[in-house]
Design a protein. Structure first.
Length: 167
């Protein structure tokens, strides 16, 4: 599946060489209203965005396309209920490298593992925080073992009991 099939937009700077703050074009209140609506519902119609922003449909379409080209809108995706999908176990996994000389490789090596949903670089003793999901406690244990076989790390796992909200 390519990036477009996965709902990702083409990245005008695929190697991340531009600094995020280098874009001098400011986001105004209308852009903010469009972004807020799309964050709430990525399938919001141009007609709806037109009504909430006070712009014509074509002007809204132009703004959305510009926000996509600038990389402010990175992608569109479905938010799936993991429990109904059969993956009720969610956890945070803090990751501390055993060998800091390979620290920069860890996110890339973990990215392809089924069950690893996201990887954040964090401040503090662990270098990374993963969000993982699994079908059962046993499947979570298998995923943790796979992480350890994939990269030389120590992990600490915290189960998520309930999610009150996500944005």
């Amino acid at each position: 599946m390519n990036a477009m099939e996965a709902g990702e937009l083409p990245n005008p700077d695929p190697h991340g060489t531009k600094r995020k703050t280098a874009d001098t074009e400011r986001i105004d209140a209308i852009d903010q209203s469009i972004l807020n609506a799309l964050e709430h519902d990525g399938r919001a119609t141009l007609s709806y965005l037109s009504r909430i922003s006070g712009l014509s449909v074509s002007a809204v379409q132009s703004r959305v396309q510009k926000l996509e080209r600038r990389g402010i809108i990175k992608r569109y995706r479905a938010v799936v209920d993991d429990e109904l999908r059969g993956l009720p176990i969610r956890a945070f996994v803090s990751v501390t490298p055993l060998d800091y000389s390979v620290e920069s490789e860890i996110p890339t090596r973990l990215q392809s593992l089924d069950g690893v949903m996201s990887c954040y670089s964090i401040a503090g003793a662990p270098s990374f925080m993963l969000v993982v999901r699994a079908a059962s406690p046993g499947a979570l244990e298998e995923l943790l073992n796979l992480i350890h076989r994939t990269v030389p790390v120590n992990t600490e796992t915290t189960l998520i009991l309930q999610t009150y909200f996500e944005r």
